[in-house]
Design a protein around this ligand. Structure first.
Ligand code: CO
Length: 431
């Protein structure tokens, strides 16, 4: 894939993946087009030999692997990333009629920056579970790509101090306008049914059982800047890394065991059946290693590169960064270090990553937070704790993390794919 194709491909993936369910579906399609075979966790894996496979859990997490040897102790080169991003999710009793409007009730998912959600053209997407007329229970993905909702700001005339001290009450200020009405009741399930039948006219729905839906910005991702050197989009944290991991795995050589693990629920602490604190990766590795003794030896020969975006220095808020650690956009991936273990990088894993970057002629930066500021975390330390694998936390530098529209660099995405591929293919591995 050329550089331009790679970026075009990323922008398309970001636009088509408003939720982790859609991200996993789109990555599965990409993997199948590259010859990866789908495995089911609920079936026997005794026919799995060397080759290319993938498996999903909860439709929102995915592990893809290129296997050279099954049942051996040579270890795995692993790249991890997360499929979820902070957003607004629809509450079970979704609609209320108020003051002439049908309003959509939402819950804040993860550490969303809320201000940018106002005055946006919002679409709706996620997973819906239905009962059909024949009695079967089915799960369907929905993506309403045109703006159906809007969270209007309060006019400045009604809040003269808005620019100095407006704060957001999550319960009162975030419900989204869906339509004008003079009724006092509204059936949201009817709308969902109509959308599903429009997508699949054959579908005979008896009723909607449940849903996990979120709002998303309909504005498509774009290349911006005088030279088009920036990528502006929602969910760059961390779909950019999911995309890079997938492309690096597909492009890598088939000579050692390697896999990517893309987990849901990182933004809410990772503790779930499909999150990094859950047993998904361990369960897959133990099935590939056949017994505990081999798994233990294998993990000692393994390494995880956890890829999750880092904070570039913001030119208007430069004092928020440690003065001597100020990552720049389009200057190479960032190694994240926190000796209190909010990041899992240690000097050994950092050294190995630096060797890979040197071998591939890629500049690398390092990030450490100011000593008087807290520090984020990611799936790296959680996975390291869960399975005991040596880990380095890296990521492309970006601005506006957790905004509805974030900013990253074109060159950084190219470099990240290059580094991850270099990690998969590196010949002189010391363990
Ligand atoms: Co992240």
């Amino acid at each position: 894939m050329t550089m331009n194709e790679q970026i075009k491909n990323l922008l398309g993936f970001l636009a088509k993946s408003p939720t982790p369910f859609h991200a996993v579906e789109n990555i599965a399609i990409r993997l199948e087009s590259a010859g990866f075979e789908r495995l089911e966790e609920a079936k026997a894996w005794n026919t799995v030999q060397s080759g290319n496979y993938y498996v999903t859990r909860n439709d929102s997490s995915l592990i893809a692997m290129r296997l050279e040897q099954v049942g051996g102790d040579t270890g795995f080169r692993i790249v991890g990333a997360h499929t979820d991003s902070p957003c607004l999710k629809v509450k079970p009793q979704a609609t209320q009629c108020r003051d002439g409007y049908v309003m959509l009730a939402v819950e804040v998912y993860g550490g969303a920056l809320l201000n940018p959600w106002f005055d946006r053209d919002l679409g709706l997407a996620g997973r819906i579970n239905i009962k059909t007329l024949s009695g079967s229970i089915q799960s369907r993905l929905l993506r309403i790509n045109h703006p159906v909702a809007f969270i209007p700001s309060l006019a400045i005339h009604l809040d003269r101090n808005a620019n100095e001290d407006r704060s957001i009450n999550r319960q009162k200020h975030l419900p989204a306008v869906l339509m004008r009405t003079n009724e006092d009741q509204h059936d949201f399930a009817d709308i969902l049914k109509n959308w599903l039948v429009r997508d699949d006219p054959e579908l005979e729905i008896d009723h909607i059982l449940s849903f996990e839906l979120s709002l998303f910005d309909c504005q498509p991702p774009a290349l911006i800047g005088l030279h088009g050197e920036f990528i502006a989009s929602a969910r760059l944290d961390n779909l950019l890394s999911c995309h890079a991991a997938t492309e690096a795995l597909i492009a890598s050589k088939n000579d050692v065991n390697k896999l990517i693990v893309l987990n849901d629920h990182e933004e809410v602490g990772s503790a779930s059946m499909s999150g990094a604190a859950g047993p998904f990766l361990e369960s897959v590795l133990s099935r590939l290693c056949k017994d505990n003794e081999i798994l233990t030896r294998s993990l000692q020969h393994s390494m995880l590169v956890s890829a999750d975006n880092a904070h570039a220095v913001h030119p208007n808020y430069a004092d928020r960064h440690e003065p001597d650690h100020r990552p720049l956009i389009n200057t190479g991936p960032v190694i994240k270090i926190n000796h209190n273990q909010n990041y899992a990088t240690n000097s050994e894993s950092e050294a190995l990553l630096r060797v890979v970057c040197e071998a591939n002629d890629i500049n690398v930066q390092s990030f450490v937070t100011r000593s008087d500021l807290g520090c984020g975390s990611t799936i790296g330390p959680i996975t390291a704790t869960r399975i005991g694998v040596r880990t380095v936390d890296i990521g492309v530098p970006q601005l506006g993390m957790h905004s509805i529209r974030e900013l990253a660099g074109v060159q950084d995405q190219i470099d990240l794919v290059h580094v991850l591929r270099g990690f998969f293919d590196h010949a002189n591995w010391p363990f």
